[in-house]
Every structure is written in C-alpha cells, then in structure tokens.
Design a protein around this ligand. Structure first.
Ligand SMILES: [Zn+2]
Length: 204
C-alpha cells in the first residue's frame, strides 16, 4: 500500500517555495528595515530630531541681545568702547575735581582715564593697565584707549592703546629689537632681559 501523502513530509516543491516566500520575505524586508533604522547614527538623529522638535516648540522666544548675558556663564557680557583722554592717578583726580582727600596710601593705588568730556573711569590693572603705572611717558600722552567695560562694573579693561598726535594716530606698545617681540609694559625684555623701547606705529 502506498504511503499516504498527508502522513509523510513531502520534499519541498515549487508551491512550497512560493508559500515560504510569501510568508517570510516581507518579514525579512521588515527586519532589514528595522535593522537599518536601529543603526546608532540613524537612531541618534531620529531621537535628536524628536527632542529638538519638542524643545524648540516649547522654548520661549529670546531676544538675541540677551544671549551672552544669560546663556554663557564663561563669557560675561561687555561692551567695547573708545575713550579719549589722559590716564591719571584716581586719587589725584578725585582731589582736583571733587575735593575728595583720600588717605596717603591711596595715592597711587588706582589708575583712571579722565576723558575729554570730564568722566573718570577707573582702569583695571592687568599688564596693559600696569604699563601706565610704570611709564610716566604714557600718562603724558593724549590717548585713545580701546576698552572693554563689563556689564555691572565701572572698571574699564584696556585692549589697545593709541597716541593721538598732530601727525595722526599711533598704536603704542614696547618692542625688543634683539628678540623682535612686542610687550605691553616697560620692563627688561622678557626674553633676553635687554632694554626695550616704546614703539609707536601708525594706526590702521
Ligand atoms: Zn629681547
């Protein structure tokens, strides 16, 4: 008696291949797509896009001008200004202008720029500021100082020093001929220890 076909597994014929294909190929394609979408780069991009969409949608509009002040704690906000005048000892100017007599030890404590319009603006004494303490010639110059004034601070930080003369405007610093390097204050050259010279170059 021939075996019943239904009781024994048959060798896969064309119809079986077709049904296998129908059943598994869509699954395989879906799996491939899923796998592709789950690649780290794609997944991160999709996640970022989704998060960004929510964040941007909910974030209140902020004027661009406030971003430096509020968003970046490492970079406090400041304005850059050009001040024309002379650098003076603050104590001397307070006495001369307002009869404020300070104690003797305050005499050479602070420097300020006395502007042409009569404002007294104290100067931060970083290396550029100290240049005015060390060299009387700088305090005798009619100057234009490019300064930074930080929000909520009265103190100006010197960025550039220009001398205003009949011949024009000159950028001022110090120069060592031997080492060909510039410095911001009068001292022995920080490289070869030789004397350095006051340098004035026509301002661009
Ligand atoms: Zn030198």
């Amino acid at each position: 008696m021939p075996p019943n076909n239904r009781d024994y597994p048959r060798a896969p014929g064309p119809s079986h291949v077709l049904s296998f294909a129908k059943r598994y190929v869509p699954v395989t394609i879906t799996a491939q797509l899923t796998q592709r979408c789950l690649r780290p780069g794609v997944l991160v991009a999709v996640l970022c896009g989704t998060i960004a969409a929510f964040v941007w949608h909910d974030a209140p509009a902020e004027p661009p001008g406030n971003r430096v002040a509020t968003g970046q704690k490492s970079k406090p906000a400041y304005s850059t200004r050009s001040l024309r005048g002379r650098v003076v000892w603050l104590a001397e100017a307070l006495a001369r202008r307002f009869n404020i007599v300070q104690v003797p030890e305050a005499a050479r404590k602070s420097l300020a720029i006395e502007t042409r319009d009569g404002s007294l603006i104290p100067l931060a004494e970083d290396v550029r500021g100290r240049g005015f303490r060390r060299d009387l010639r700088l305090r005798k110059m009619d100057l234009e100082l490019m300064v930074r004034i930080y929000d909520r601070s009265p103190v100006a930080q010197i960025v550039r020093v220009y001398s205003l003369e009949k011949e024009g405007k000159f950028e001022v610093d110090y120069w060592c001929d031997i080492c060909a390097i510039a410095m911001y204050e009068l001292k022995p050259c920080e490289c070869c220890q030789a004397e350095i010279e006051l340098r004035k170059r026509p301002a661009r």
